[in-house]
Design a protein around this ligand. Structure first.
Ligand SMILES: O=P(O)(O)OC[C@H](O)CO
Ligand SMILES: [Mg+2]
Length: 237
């Protein structure tokens, strides 16, 4: 049943990972600042906005081309250099505020949930190694190196692949709610015909908010009833 705001009915939920469930975007920012400093260039949020959410090689191409360093550093060499730093940082990954509460709530209420991340398998394992129990609540996980994900976000490939793998087979796109932090991810969800709640970093230019169906400062602010989803239990104070 749709709620009073006309959104929904939502029956299935897809979560992005980096920057949405896990506070990992800061690691990408940190190492990219270090690499660009060598070329006396700053890494700013206009470039960050174009890269975040993408598959690694796609983001790498944007990085070397947009910064004008592609004659000195190839996208492939950038990835090798970035990787050496990232693999030491990812095992420290922490959950974003409200992520655990929302995943546990939807799972407990029997709402089918899954993960759709541009991260490839090795990075997924490093980032989630401290959060295994929580990620096991996902019905399935679709990663950036999945054979069915031909193109990364903003292509709808990853969300369409995710929508086919629930019990009972494919589900209509309009029954999905996607949670995303990145402009490319919001566009991918809309390209898949899905509704999307955006939880952007406050440093992201607000012009990127317009495509999302709802924009929140934090997952803690999500109200399931806005989407016809089961409400959080009221806890006695
Ligand atoms: O935001 P995600 O989870 O799709 O991850 C994408 C990249 O790995 C990081 O921007
Ligand atoms: Mg993300």
């Amino acid at each position: 049943m749709a709620n009073s705001s006309g959104k929904g009915p939502i029956t299935h939920v897809i979560f992005d990972m980096d920057g949405l469930l896990l506070d990992t975007e800061k690691y990408y920012t940190e190492v990219q600042e270090i690499i660009l400093a060598r070329y006396n260039k700053p890494f700013d949020w206009s470039l960050k906005a174009k890269m975040m959410g993408m598959k690694a090689i796609e983001a790498a191409r944007v990085f070397v081309e947009e910064t004008g360093i592609s004659d000195s550093l190839t996208a492939e060499d950038f990835l090798v250099e970035r990787e050496a730093m990232l693999q030491n940082l990812f095992p420290n990954s922490e959950l974003m505020p409200g992520a655990s509460r929302l995943i546990k709530h939807l799972h407990a209420k029997g709402i089918p949930i899954c993960l759709a991340t541009g991260s490839h398998r090795r990075h997924f394992e490093l980032k989630t190694q401290r959060h295994g129990e929580l990620f096991l609540l996902m019905h399935h996980v679709v990663l950036g190196d999945d054979p069915e994900v031909k193109q990364g976000k903003p292509s709808p490939d990853i969300f369409l692949a995710a929508s086919k793998r629930f019990e009972g087979g494919p589900v209509d796109s309009h029954k999905f709610l996607v949670f995303e932090d990145a402009p490319s991810g919001v566009n991918a969800a809309k390209n898949a015909g899905m509704s999307v709640v955006m939880v952007p970093d406050p440093r992201l230019d607000s012009s990127y908010h317009a495509t999302a169906d709802q924009v929140l400062s934090s997952l803690l602010d999500f109200n399931p009833d806005d989407w016809g989803l089961p409400p959080f239990e009221v806890t006695a104070s």
